[in-house]
Design a protein. Structure first.
Length: 199
């Protein structure tokens, strides 16, 4: 199984990047966001997802792990295949997708070519349930003295968004415990948390 490919960008086409590694050109389907980070002739590292069926062996490439994680979560939704997942992530960023799921924003999903209302509703329903399960037991704080369950709605929503982006409960608890969520908008909480995660 491939985890990532690191090589030279040999070609860029709509929804496709070719990465040359040791003389072999790997064709990877990619989002417009990923393609925007690539330059012909320059070195690039793409995280990969293999889609294997009886009649197909396809590689998908992502500029970062958050986008790959969102792609995999979308594939877990019944009725969503790689093309629809790629289309959604080409029309949004992982952060925008996480916000759309939390707020139940169908329009953000249906803006992607080939994604209708029924698929959008299914994505919102299934992923919101999954996020709730994954953040349900989360405890914020470093030790027994400062721990508190996620009860604050903004805090809970921010934690859910970070789950969608592929962060573990431990990472999320650590970064959110120092953020003053009372005075901030949800979007700002998520942005600040992401900045802290990147350090």
């Amino acid at each position: 199984m491939f985890y990532h490919l690191n090589g030279t960008v040999a070609a860029i086409e709509p929804n496709l990047a070719v990465i040359e590694c040791a003389g072999v050109g790997f064709a990877l389907s990619a989002t417009t966001n990923t393609l925007s980070h690539l330059k012909l002739g320059e070195s690039a590292k793409l995280y990969t997802y293999e889609y294997i069926r009886e009649d197909a062996f396809e590689l998908y490439g992502f500029f970062d792990r958050r986008e790959k994680r969102c792609f995999e979560m979308l594939l877990d939704v019944s009725g969503v295949g790689p093309k629809a997942a790629l289309s959604i992530l080409s029309a949004t960023t992982p952060e925008t997708l996480a916000m759309a799921i939390i707020s139940g924003d169908e329009r953000t999903l249906t803006a992607a070519p080939g994604v209708g209302k029924k698929i959008a509703q299914r994505i919102l329903l299934e992923l919101k349930d999954k996020m709730s399960r994954e953040t349900g037991d989360m405890v914020l704080g470093g030790g027994a003295k400062g721990t508190a369950p996620v009860g604050n709605s903004k805090l809970s929503d921010a934690a859910s968004a970070l789950v969608v982006l592929g962060y573990s409960n431990a990472e999320i608890s650590l970064v959110l415990k120092d953020i003053d969520t009372e005075s901030m908008l949800l979007e700002d909480i998520i942005r600040l948390a992401l900045k802290k995660m990147m350090k």
